[in-house]
Design a protein around this ligand. Structure first.
Ligand code: GLN
Length: 278
C-alpha cells in the first residue's frame, strides 16, 4: 500500500485542480528524495511509513489550496531554483517578461539597477545571472523578505546587494540607470483575492489601495529622483491597468512610455524613460 504508484493515485483523486498528477509527484519526490521519473520507471517501489505520513500531510494541505511552491519551499524563476516563504509572493512566469525586456534596454555596460520590492529576489537575481557587469541592488520593506533574498543570492552565488527599505525611503543616495519592480497592484476589493494561490500569499505583496495603483503611483512620482538622466523604469501591473499606468507616467513627465504584454497576451508591464535634459 506504500508503493509510489498507490500513493500517487490516491493523492491525485483528492487533489483535483489543474495538475493533480504533477502536484502529487512533486510532493512525493520532495518527501522521498526519489525523482519524478523513477515513479514511472518503478511504480511498485515503496517509501517508508514516515515518508508516506509526511506525504499525506502535504497532500492534505494541497487539498486545502496551499500553493505547491510553499509546500516544496521552492519555485523556479528564470531557471533559477529560488527558496520561497509565506512572507512574500511566489515568483510568477509572467514576471520573466520584465527580465527579458530589461536585457534589451539601452543601458551602460555596468548599469546600476534597483529591484524594488524584490520579495524572493527573483528579478534582481535573474538579471544578475545574465549581466555579471551590472551593479544590482534589491530592496524590500519586509525583513523576512530581505533575509530570503539574501539567502537566495548566497545559494545561487549571484551578487545582489539586498537592503531593507519601504520603497525609496532608505535607499542610499545614488543614481540608478534602471528601476524595476513587480509591486503590489491588486485593488483591495478584487474578487480574485479569494481564489487560488493568492489566498495564501501576504496581502503586503498583492494589494495596493482601491484601484491597485497606490504603490505604482508612488514609484512613478518618486522614481525620477533616483535615476540618471535617460534612465529607465519598468513596472509590472495588472492586465487592465496599462492605460492608467501610461497616463501616470505621462503626467509625471516621463518619455518613451510603452506597455508590453506577458506570455499570455495580456498587458503586463509598462516602461518609460527619464528625459535626458530638462
Ligand atoms: N500577478 C499576481 C496575480 O495576479 C499579482 C502580483 C502582484 O500583485 N504583484 O496573482
Amino acid at each position: 500500500m506504500l508503493t509510489c504508484e498507490a500513493l500517487i493515485n490516491d493523492a491525485v483523486a483528492s487533489i483535483g485542480g489543474d495538475s493533480p498528477k504533477l502536484d502529487a509527484e512533486l510532493l512525493l519526490s520532495h518527501v522521498s528524495g526519489l525523482s519524478r521519473t523513477s515513479f514511472r520507471a518503478w511504480p511498485e517501489r515503496e517509501v517508508t511509513a514516515a515518508q508516506a505520513e509526511q506525504f499525506s500531510v502535504l497532500v492534505a494541505e494541497r487539498v486545502n489550496g496551499k500553493p505547491i511552491a510553499y509546500l516544496l519551499g521552492q519555485q523556479e524563476f528564470w531557471s533559477l531554483p529560488l527558496k520561497v516563504s509565506a512572507s512574500t509572493l511566489i515568483p510568477r512566469p509572467d514576471t520573466e517578461c520584465l527580465v527579458e525586456t530589461a536585457l534589451f534596454l539601452e543601458l551602460p555596460e555596468s548599469a546600476r539597477v534597483l529591484d524594488l520590492g524584490t520579495g524572493t529576489g527573483a528579478i534582481a537575481l535573474a538579471l544578475a545571472s545574465e549581466k555579471p557587469n551590472w551593479q544590482i541592488m534589491a530592496s524590500d520593506r519586509i525583513a523576512e523578505a530581505v533575509n530570503l533574498a539574501r539567502e537566495n543570492s548566497q545559494n545561487l552565488n549571484l551578487p545582489v546587494t539586498v537592503v531593507q527599505s519601504n520603497w525609496f525611503e532608505d535607499i542610499p543616495a545614488g543614481t540608478f540607470d534602471l528601476l524595476i519592480s513587480n509591486p503590489p497592484y491588486i485593488p483591495v476589493s478584487d474578487r480574485h483575492l479569494s481564489e487560488g494561490d493568492v489566498r495564501f500569499e501576504p496581502e503586503s505583496a498583492l494589494v495596493a489601495g482601491d484601484d491597485g495603483l497606490d504603490d505604482i503611483r508612488l514609484l512613478i512620482i518618486q522614481g525620477l529622483d533616483w535615476l540618471n538622466a535617460g534612465g529607465w523604469m519598468m513596472l509590472e501591473h495588472g492586465y487592465d491597468q496599462g492605460e492608467a499606468v501610461r497616463s501616470l507616467f505621462a503626467e509625471a513627465g516621463w518619455l518613451t512610455i510603452e506597455t508590453r504584454k506577458d506570455y499570455g497576451g495580456n498587458d503586463r508591464m509598462t516602461l518609460a524613460r527619464k528625459p535626458t535634459s530638462d
